[in-house]
Design a protein around this ligand. Structure first.
Ligand code: PLP
Length: 450
């Protein structure tokens, strides 16, 4: 087994720790985010082996680099069980491809992290420990987490979602499970939900409750999200020297950080297109070097990306030698030139998102949904501006199934997207959730009554 890797906090005040402690803690005690102290390089020969290998094998290989405290056989069994579904690659015109990550049980890319995270979290829990997982969701995290942890003993899941910003389907995917899955509809925005969760983590009065997070601030979500970049590249690249452009629809930047980890592991990423909706705090930062959160966040049709301050930005800044605290204060500017060399950040309006859905259907006979369309639009614009890149392998991520957004798709294309089974059964199930104002005091009371 490889030499063990410790995890440090991006605020640099909490002690370094091992993977499983970092996973069960979620956010570091100094409110920073955990990062691996060292990111191992993968040999070209190993990348080559992933071509044609089952997805779970690639996952095992990548996770093995970062984890210790679990045997090879156990890790392989967990990967195999988690990934009974695999991503789907679809070729479009030119050298453009789509990486569909909607094949899991809740039809969003978040299944790829959540299904792997739940067995990892359960791994070190003793039978007499009770763990509460608090999660704020802008749409898809909640259902992916709820599904992954449903009926896992000793774990209770508490999910906060903004009452008016999730679609009925997204809501039903969380509120119909019952059992150890509790849901709270917050009269506010995603950022309020996230702030309430963060406050609970730093509330000393809750010291006797074992709390953890399943948001993309948890390192156990991040590492599995590096796997599909590596896997997709290995399937499509002609040789392991070929460079690749990825385009990623981004909100809280967990997906994008998965790509950054893959890049650090040696994946030859030529350009990473970070595509946001109208919440353009990051593209603005890349242009000006000045960072300002967007409060409140802007409502867009790609609702899982309505984030006015991405939690994982702290990690990106850290990778490029800067420092950002948990409130979004930039304490040290990262190497902007190096960052701009790798990352092309762009904001896409709802109008262009809709236009892209319509055009792509016409030109490519592909039905995109609003999140994937943000990335696809950004990629196409990038290729128009950089004609020399039209010969480069391009992979754009589709992060949800179009059937999760039937109203929007129907308005734009006049058709109803095909509904996968995971969604079609929802209407028959009973919903159960609590309503709450966006006040931490109310949430505190709720928690202490558990
Ligand atoms: C969560 C989500 C995103 C954004 O991913 P981040 O990791 O938060 O940047 C994009 N698309 C869909 C469908 C999502 O659910």
């Amino acid at each position: 087994m490889a030499e063990s890797i410790s995890f440090y906090s991006t605020n640099y005040r909490a002690p370094k720790t091992d993977f499983f402690t970092a996973v069960l803690t979620g956010q570091a005690p100094d409110r920073g985010l955990y990062m691996p102290e060292r990111i191992p390089l993968i040999d070209k020969a190993d990348f080559q082996k992933f071509a044609g290998a089952p997805y779970f094998e690639t996952a095992r290989f990548v996770l093995r680099l970062f984890l210790n405290g679990i045997s090879d056989a156990e890790l392989l069994a967990k990967c195999k069980k988690a990934y009974s579904f695999v991503p789907r690659l679809e070729k479009a015109s030119g050298k453009k491809h789509l990486l569909w990550l909607d094949t899991g049980p809740t039809a969003s890319f978040k299944d790829f992290a959540a299904q792997m995270m739940s067995p990892l979290m359960g791994h070190k829990l003793t039978p007499d420990e009770k763990l509460f997982i608090l999660t704020a969701t802008s749409g898809d995290t909640g259902s992916a987490i709820a599904n992954a942890f449903h009926n896992i003993p000793n774990i209770e899941i508490i999910i906060l979602f903004p009452v008016n910003e999730v679609t009925p389907n997204q809501r039903k995917q969380m509120t119909t499970l019952g059992g150890n899955v509790k849901t709270i509809a917050v009269n506010g925005k995603f950022d309020h939900c996230q702030a309430m969760v963060k406050e609970a983590f730093s509330d000393e009065r809750l010291g006797n409750m074992r709390l953890s997070s399943a948001n993309s601030i948890n390192i156990a979500r991040l590492i599995p999200q590096s796997v599909y970049f590596i896997w997709a590249y290995a399937q499509l690249a002609k040789s392991m020297d070929e460079e690749v452009i990825f385009s990623i629809p981004s909100g809280n930047f967990g997906d994008m950080m998965g790509a950054i980890l893959a890049w650090k592991m040696g994946l030859p990423i030529k350009k990473l297109i970070v595509a946001t909706n109208a919440n353009d705090e990051f593209p603005a930062f890349m242009k000006t070097g000045k960072y300002g959160k967007i409060e409140p966040s802007r409502m867009c049709i790609s609702n899982a990306m309505n984030v006015g301050h991405p939690s994982n930005l702290t990690r990106l800044i850290d990778v490029f030698g800067g420092r950002m605290d948990e409130t979004g204060n930039l304490l040290k500017t990262p190497d902007m030139e190096k960052m701009r060399g790798l990352i092309h950040a762009v904001s896409v309006s709802d109008e262009n998102t809709r236009k892209c859905i319509a055009d792509t259907y016409k030109k490519e006979s592909i039905v995109l949904e609003p999140h994937g369309a943000v990335a696809w639009y950004a990629l196409e614009e990038f290729l128009k501006e950089h004609k020399e890149e039209n010969e480069t392998l391009c992979i754009s991520l589709e992060t949800a199934n179009p059937a999760k957004f039937p109203e929007e798709i129907n308005k734009i294309l006049g058709i109803s997207p095909e509904v996968p089974e995971s969604l079609s059964k929802l209407d028959k199930l009973k919903e159960d959730y609590v309503k709450m104002e966006a006040h931490y005091g109310d949430f505190y009371k709720y928690l202490t009554q558990r």
